[in-house]
Design a protein around this ligand. Structure first.
Ligand code: BGC
Length: 822
């Protein structure tokens, strides 16, 4: 790994601000395919849009280079003279399209020739018009797809448009007979005429494109240069096993749950119709089972098909390949049906597709199970970093705010996620409702207002989810220390905090009002109304969102947390007024939480592991009661048979809280715990990515929920920050954020003999590693120049180190730790 600079987009430099992108496209018109009737969802084809155009020697000789600037409503691939332009996938990516639409800029100088040239775009529904979200609704952003493109020559005389989308383009449907990101893609290669891509082929079937003029396309201010790493085909996996559960059917096991698609290079004789069903698990009959991925519509109880089905009909041409690039799937297994006798599937590959984020962090230790856990968490992240951070790559594939809030700090230990997250935060700000509420998913098809779907609208603004507005910028600030981006992000965080504070002030939960008719003064800051998911998915608690539940203990904690973080971020910006307003809310919410939920003895009135973890992690328990509260948390773990009991929000904080409050041995015990619920239990049951539910695969083999949700994988942070011991300060100052000041405080345990982490940061590379031999712990720390580390050795000695390589030693005889429990 080399130390990455701030992400420098691969797009040419002169397209790096909105106004030059817009000016490059000034001669282009939005066009849409001639599509007399939009096919029903599930049967919508991709369209080809084409223009042949002549260039003379002069056009090319006089140009230093030619850039293709392209964007779409839908997902596009661009071809010039038969060659696919660029190596990006699923362009233009997924953003809050009403406010921000990315434009890709590709250098195509070498693809053009003097004489006749042909530009073809293959355009499908994508996120714009295709299925999206829990209810898999279509037409989220509009009912028509569209394309906007221009080839622009840059030369001594300035910019010159060589060709641009206009009414001279023609369109047709073709070989992609259906394409949807969730449903899958169908291709009939018999319908493909390769001459289309070089300007030839039957003229029949092509019709003039239609102008795509509406209020949205008229708004050019929303065109922005592509931001951050594009989605790419990052890796290929060969099948580990091929089984034949029934005649004409094979199941390919790629050994790893991924996001992407399958490429087939043997398609059989002309007319062979293969169907590929992608999934994460197999049924008792050995066939792919996607039943657990079917979402259901809250309002009607209807269960929706899982989708993820591709089809290909062979034309029997030699060298034919099937590779769908207008869909992606979450899968480990692909079932191929319709196989003719003797078709060889050994060339099939799972193509891993995700945002091409530079790797920045590594962890390893003497326990292979933990190394495997770390890798499984990283695969879950890779499976859920496709243009936006998603909850899961199969069932909803939405940018759930809570999921990224929970995981962003962990992701930043694995990959460079700064620009990836900043782009998403711009969408979050764009989708924020006028009252400050944040929708549960970003980008949100309904934009910054209610969608009209009762559950979606009611769940906007849930504590722990909307708090992404403050927590994501905060974690980016700690990891990257970039004050420049904060100025853009803090206003949305502030509006969120004000929204939450006004909810607390305005209303009271009916149960509390009945119990205490006259409100106590602290209730002004008690956020106990509105819909909240609460801790969500604690072991054995099925997801049953209840709009009438009182989640004040969770919501008030988050009101404190987001207000505190926004206050700190405002301080980093020197925004004193915002700092003071938020600090006052944070103090009020802390006081309200303590008065309402904390006993004088340090007990929480609504006891759960998650509530103790949150209270301790968020600083809601006063110093003098922390030991009592932490001891009670440890007791609750023991009462649960030594098992964790946290769900979606608190799991990532559980082990750090235990280790930091004197319960390091218990933290290690939980880390190594087996059975259900536990991380190693998932691995033992065959998980290759982290499950959504602790019992994602039950003792009976039954599968529940998604098998690729990264939220519980936030435990990987503990491996970096506590097991290896490289930590960011809780509240870094402007000169300290971004790894310019760190804490090195390993928390070894008896079952480990060594651990090591490497982190490439804006400050340079940091390495921390320790090993134990003969009762001596040796700690090696390498810091870039300019970084200061406060080191705490396990024997309690403290040292301050700066740039360079250091070796420290201390006597170390750890108390015996329990190594795994069934
Ligand atoms: C998603 C989550 C999400 C949750 C609550 C689920 O269906 O998969 O990860 O955060 O709903 O909104």
């Amino acid at each position: 790994m080399t130390a990455p600079a701030r992400w420098a987009p691969g797009t040419p430099d002169d397209a790096q601000n909105g106004s030059s992108t817009r000016s490059a496209l000034r001669n282009a018109r939005w066009i849409r395919p001639a599509e007399p009737q939009v096919a029903p969802p599930g049967r919508r084809p991709a369209h080809l849009l084409r223009r042949t155009f002549a260039l003379d020697e002069q056009d090319l000789a006089g140009s230093a280079r030619v850039l293709a600037h392209v964007t779409a409503h839908g997902v596009y691939e661009l071809f010039l003279n038969g060659v696919r332009v660029g190596d990006e996938e699923l362009t233009p990516g997924f953003t809050a399209y009403r406010e921000r639409l990315q434009v890709q800029s590709f250098d195509v100088t070498d693809l053009l020739v003097p004489g006749v040239n042909t530009a073809v775009a293959l355009l499908s529904d994508g996120w714009f018009r295709g299925r999206h979200g829990f209810e898999r609704r279509t037409d989220g952003f509009g009912t028509r797809t569209g394309l906007l493109a221009a080839l622009v020559a840059t030369g001594p005389a300035g910019l010159r448009t060589l060709v641009a989308t206009d009414d001279r383009w023609r369109s047709r449907s073709g070989h992609v007979t259906r394409a949807d990101l969730m449903d899958g893609q169908a291709v009939d290669l018999r319908l493909l005429d390769t001459a289309w891509f070089t300007g030839g082929g039957e003229p029949a079937g092509w019709a003039p494109v239609l102008p795509a003029e509406d209020a949205l396309t008229a708004d050019r201010d929303r065109l922005v240069p592509a931001e951050g790493p594009p989605v790419r085909r990052v890796e290929e996996l060969a099948p580990r096993a091929v089984t034949r559960p029934r005649p004409g059917s094979a199941v390919l096991d790629f050994g790893q749950n991924v996001n992407g698609w399958v490429r087939l290079s043997e398609l059989g004789p002309a007319g062979t119709h293969l169907t590929l069903t992608h999934g994460e698990s197999l049924g008792a009959d050995g066939r792919v089972d996607t039943d657990h991925l079917r979402a259901f519509v809250f309002a009607t109880g209807e269960r929706l098909p899982a989708g993820q089905v591709d089809e290909v009909v062979s034309a029997g041409r030699p060298g034919e390949v099937f590779e769908p690039r207008h869909t992606t799937h979450g899968f480990r297994y692909a079932q191929v049906d319709g196989l003719p006798e003797g078709l060889d599937l050994s060339g099939a590959r799972a193509v891993v597709v995700h945002s091409d984020l530079p790797r920045t962090g590594e962890f390893s230790c003497s326990d292979e199970r933990l190394n495997r856990l770390h890798e499984v968490v990283r695969w879950s992240f890779r499976g859920n970093a496709c243009a936006v951070p998603t909850d899961c790559p199969q069932r909803e594939r939405s940018g759930f705010t809570g999921d990224w809030q929970v995981f962003v700090a962990t992701a930043a230990l694995l990959h460079d996620v700064q620009v990836f997250s900043e782009r998403w935060l711009r969408d979050l700000a764009a989708d924020q409702w006028a009252d400050g509420r944040i929708p549960t998913v970003v980008p949100n098809p309904a934009g910054n207002r209610p969608s009209g779907v009762a559950f979606e609208d009611a769940s906007a603004g849930s504590a722990g989810w909307g708090d992404a507005a403050a927590i994501v910028p905060w974690e980016l600030w700690r990891a990257y220390g970039d004050t420049g981006s904060l100025a853009e992000q803090v206003p949305a965080a502030l509006r969120w905090v004000q929204y939450a504070a006004s909810c607390a002030e305005r209303a009271r939960h009916p149960d509390r009002a009945a119990r205490r008719p006259v409100p106590a003064p602290h209730e002004r800051y008690l956020w106990d109304t509105g819909f909240h998911f609460g801790e969500w998915l604690e072991p054995g608690v099925p997801p049953r969102p209840d709009p009438t539940a009182d989640h004040g203990v969770v919501a008030t904690a988050y009101l404190h947390r987001s207000a505190l973080l926004t206050a700190r971020l405002a301080a980093a910006l020197g925004w004193h007024d915002v700092h003071e307003r938020c600090a006052a809310i944070a103090a009020g919410a802390r006081d309200a939480w303590q008065r309402e939920y904390l006993t004088p003895g340090g007990r929480i009135t609504e006891e759960s592991q998650a509530n103790y973890v949150r209270a301790l992690a968020f600083g809601l328990v006063p110093q003098e009661l922390r030991t009592a509260a932490a001891d009670r948390l440890a007791e609750l773990v023991r009462e649960a048979g030594g098992h964790l009991g946290t769900g979606f929000l608190a799991t990532g904080m559980l082990l750090p809280v235990l280790a930091d409050t004197g319960h390091a041995a218990l933290a290690h015990e939980l880390l190594l715990g087996e059975g259900n619920p536990s991380w190693l239990g998932m691995l033992a049951a065959g998980a290759t990515t982290v499950w959504e539910w602790w019992d994602g695969v039950g003792a009976d083999g039954g599968v529940r929920g998604s098998l690729n949700h990264y939220s519980k994988g936030a435990v990987a942070s503990f491996l970096h920050t506590h097991v290896a011991g490289l930590r960011l300060p809780e509240d870094p100052g402007p000169a300290e954020a971004g790894y310019r000041r760190v804490r090195v405080a390993p928390v070894p345990s008896a079952h480990l003999t060594w651990a090591r982490t490497v982190q490439d940061t804006r400050a340079g590379r940091l390495e921390v590693g320790w090993e134990v031999a003969d009762g001596v712990l040796t700690l090696d720390v390498t810091l870039p120049r300019g970084t200061v580390a406060d080191v705490e050795l396990p024997d309690g000695t403290a040292r301050r180190l700066d740039g360079g390589s250091h070796r420290l030693r201390c006597a170390h005889r750890p108390p015996g730790a329990v190594a795994g429990r069934g």
